[in-house]
Design a protein around this ligand. Structure first.
Ligand code: ADP
Ligand code: MG
Length: 840
């Protein structure tokens, strides 16, 4: 019989030996520690259980035997490196570890970490003796049990706190073995009273349980909510890092802090962060104490501050990005505990991306990918009107922790906030502090205000990552969530009171202040969009512009305005009613000259203002398609009208007066670059006839809107007669599939249909093979028959972002986009192409 040896799978690795780029396997945290050790930065020794360990645990329901054996071996290596014993029963110093979560993508505060694991009564006693600080040993002991109860045993940490409280004071004076043993007994009893069946005071058992608990925290409700919001797949799993503890609370030469190499609010390059003397890192994150700033000397001893700046710069070069760092000083020795690309606001993101290019750390392509479309959108989000802001009285003032302006009604409980916001109400979440349980409510808030905490409290960190305006540490604000009231300066307010929050200045105002478009960071945004444009090599036109918006649209230096619907121009002028009435007249009496003149005048009026506002920009104006679903909704009684009115060139008496109106407007304004577009045509003969009529009327340039598959098929033949052809993407998608037009507006219907397996993809998010082929041959055909024709795609709505990359790949280089979507589309296309180039 031959023996089969199954090679052991290695789940557990010493952190200083792993590949710091493999975040998929080791998680961002261990990878960061590995990259720091490789750079010669001081990191406490650690080992990591990879995400393959998570999967094995998940699949088998328990930790695999070989994984456990590897953990034991890794603990022994940690013991050798630190010169301490894990779970020591003799009198030497104990090896204490943290058990830390760490996924491939950073999910700050969403999963669990257990600190001080390995402490026993005997170890605590040794710690007290060696440090000469009984209080420190007692705190370390109790903190371990609190965290272990909360995270591993699922018992409220207050249970441990209460069980320990009566003994703490005595123990600070007399830290004897008996005292610690007595305390542990009381804690165990309190836990048993909570229904905990088995608690072992044995560190090895505790370590294995803690590892499982951290694995479990991947599937906690808050972690899932966070992943759903950020589109992070649920099956990545977390790694677990087990690291030797260092203590910021050991003595007066100790402390903990968080540092950013650049200001996470503005992106300005300077050391930013906080240091808390004599405390552990947890105290900083929970917002339970007020720390000193790192920006100026005074808090953290200067040699360490300078070291942080130097190491920070080193890490920026390694990460090619701004980073944030968790550090601890233990007895005047600086340790780095974590590094990752810094969480930042949208404003900081554009500034950092743009500066890193100037500093030679990244390429323009990388800069384009460092700012998300979401961030860009948020950055262009409106701000409080300046005059209204200047006049408003301040209700309460705190620390501006996440910039931006938001207003809504005050809600004092996160779950209530989520419920009320789901009803469509804008809300401001007002809390004493926030915790990871509040994430759902935070996600749905326009702004967040907390009474307590500093700039690195949970509320501040999370709201910055979500880019929700946030103010923390509001002195004088008292909140009573259960009583549904809050008090400021002796005055009481009810939940539901309207508030306006300025997360930049930290000021909170009563009432709802009006908003206006923002102007922040414009210069950096422009640079990044220009780099995206370089990549895309495309022409952007602005769609849907009417007279009043022309000025704003021109600031984006578009190649032109098009395809502008005449009906939109009329709506902006309040003349749509006149137009419909006149069409109705025409439909009943097609030969009346007075009606033709009226139509011409209406069109002239409609165009005049836009032509005046944009004299030097090419303008493509589309005539109304009375056969479109939208027009049919507007013209109620269409059945009684002359049927030919509903065909593109059905009634000369309809389109010729409109063409005359355009001519009159161009003559009066001297505009020389107007193209008249006929919508909904399917054949070259239609375009030829339209061209003839237009030329007769005095319009020199004509084109067509393609709205059907037939139109696309015949586009090459139409091109011969046309100056411009626009593909009306939304209509093409609709007519290609034949869905009712009302469905073209939302994704949900299609997404659920796709989920049911009836469609291979959402037609608003992917073109699919057949439509791609159709578009591709239309483009190539036009190029072959008439190279000078301008062919573009009008991306009318949100679908544009998903489809733009595909369109570009088909060879489309001319896009027309609504003004509000233009920056996002430019960035999205640039990013798509940078990514492709990166893979290629
Ligand atoms: P998170 O993913 O929520 O940031 P961490 O694993 O970074 O969780 O740990 C939470 C806190 O515990 C941090 O403040 C960190 O500095 C502190 N911490 C973790 N490991 C150690 C350690 N080995 N020594 C000292 N402090 C630690
Ligand atoms: Mg951390």
């Amino acid at each position: 019989m031959s023996r089969i040896t199954i090679p052991m799978h290695t789940y557990v690795h010493d952190v200083d030996r792993i590949d710091g780029l493999d975040t998929g396997r080791y998680g961002g945290k261990a990878a960061g520690l590995a990259r720091m050790s490789a750079a010669g930065i001081t990191v406490p020794p650690a080992f990591v259980i990879g995400t393959d360990g998570y999967r094995a645990w998940r699949g088998g329901g328990e930790l695999p035997e070989e994984l456990v054996a590897q953990v034991d071996a890794a603990v022994q290596r940690l013991e050798r490196r630190s010169g301490r014993r894990f779970g020591a029963q003799e009198d030497g110093l104990p090896l204490l570890v943290s058990v830390r979560s760490g996924a491939q993508v950073s999910m700050p505060g969403m999963m669990d970490t257990v600190l001080n694991l390995g402490i026993t009564p005997r170890g605590a006693c040794a710690l007290a003796r060696q440090s000469g600080n009984a209080s420190f040993a007692a705190d370390t002991f109790v903190r371990f049990w609190r965290m272990f109860a909360d995270i591993v045993l699922g018992v409220d940490e207050a249970v441990v706190g209460e069980a320990a409280a009566p003994w703490l004071d005595g123990m600070r004076r007399d830290a004897s073995l008996e005292a610690f043993e007595r305390m542990q007994e009381h804690i165990a009893r309190a836990l048993a009273a909570e229904g905990v069946e088995q608690v072992l005071a044995e560190p090895r058992w505790q370590l294995l349980r803690a590892i499982e608990a951290v694995f479990e925290s991947w599937d906690s409700r808050r972690a899932k909510t966070y992943r759903a919001h950020h589109g992070i797949p649920d099956d990545l799993g977390t790694a677990v890092t087990v690291q030797a503890m260092v203590f910021g609370n050991l003595d007066r030469q100790s402390g903990s802090g968080v540092a950013f190499t650049r200001d996470p609010n503005t992106g300005i390059r300077r050391l930013y962060g906080e240091f808390l003397l004599g405390r552990q890192g947890e105290d900083l994150v929970s917002g339970s104490a007020t720390p000193a700033s790192l920006s100026e000397p005074g808090g953290l001893p200067e040699p360490h501050r300078l070291q942080l700046i130097a190491d920070g710069e080193h890490l920026e070069r390694i990460y090619r990005d701004a980073v944030d760092i968790e550090f601890t000083v233990e007895s005047d020795k600086l340790y780095f505990l974590q590094v990752r690309p810094a969480k930042r606001t949208a404003k900081a993101a554009v500034r950092i991306a743009s500066d890193l290019v100037d500093e030679g750390l990244i390429t323009k392509d990388e800069a384009v990918q460092k700012v998300s479309v979401e961030q860009l959108k948020r950055l262009l989000r409106p701000e409080f009107e300046r005059t209204a802001l200047a006049e408003a009285e301040v209700l309460v003032c705190g620390i501006g922790a996440s910039p931006g302006h938001g207003s809504g009604i005050a809600v004092l409980d996160a779950d209530r906030a989520a419920t009320i916001a789901a009803g469509g109400e804008k809300i401001v979440l007002l809390r004493p502090t926030t915790s990871p349980q509040d994430i759902r409510g935070m996600l749905t808030s326009q702004a967040i205000v907390t009474a307590r905490g500093g700039a690195l409290s949970h509320a501040a960190v999370v709201s910055r990552a979500l880019d929700i305006p946030c103010v923390v540490g509001c002195d004088g604000l008292e909140i009573d969530p259960d009583g549904h009231t809050f008090r400021i300066g002796g005055k009481s307010y009810h939940e539901g009171s309207p508030l306006s929050v300025d997360g930049t200045t930290g000021k909170v105002y009563p009432g709802l202040l009006p908003l206006e478009p923002s102007a922040g960071a414009a210069e950096h945004i422009e640079r990044i969009l220009a780099w995206a444009d370089e990549k895309a090599d495309s022409n952007y036109w602005v769609a849907g512009v009417s007279g009043p918006e022309a000025g704003l649209a021109l600031k984006h230096a578009p190649r032109g305005f098009g395809a502008i619907a005449l009906t939109d121009l009329l709506i902006a002028l309040g003349m749509l009613g006149d137009f419909i009435e006149t069409v109705d007249e025409l439909g009943h009496h097609p030969e009346r000259k007075a009606t033709h003149d009226k139509l011409g005048r209406i069109c002239y009026e409609g165009c005049r203002r836009l032509l005046l506002a944009s004299p030097s920009v090419p303008l493509d104006i589309r005539l109304p398609n009375l056969g479109s679903p939208r027009a049919q909704r507007m013209i109620g009684a269409w059945a009684s009208l002359a049927p030919r009115l509903f065909l593109p060139l059905g009634l000369k008496q309809f389109y010729v007066p409109l063409l005359r109106g355009i001519v009159d407007a161009t003559r009066e304004t001297g505009h020389t670059e107007v193209t008249a577009l006929v919508p909904g045509v399917n054949c070259a003969a239609e375009v030829a006839a339209f061209k003839m009529a237009a030329n007769d009327a005095g319009v020199l340039r004509v084109g067509a809107m393609l709205q059907s598959p037939a139109g696309l098929l015949n586009a090459p033949a139409m091109a011969v007669h046309a100056h411009a052809l626009w593909v009306d993407l939304r209509e093409i998608i609709r007519t290609f599939y034949g869905y009712p037009s009302a469905l073209s507006f939302g994704d949900d219907v299609f997404d659920s249909y796709v989920a049911d397996g009836y469609l291979p993809y959402n037609p608003r998010k992917a073109l699919g093979r057949d439509l791609s082929q159709l578009l591709c041959s239309a483009l190539a055909g036009c190029q072959a028959t008439q190279a000078s024709v301008r062919v573009g795609v009008e991306c009318g709505d949100g679908a544009a972002l998903s489809l733009i990359g595909e369109l570009h790949a088909l060879g489309v280089r001319t896009f027309s986009v609504p003004l509000a979507a233009l920056p996002s589309v430019r960035l999205a296309l640039g990013q798509h192409l940078c990514k492709e180039a990166g893979h290629g």
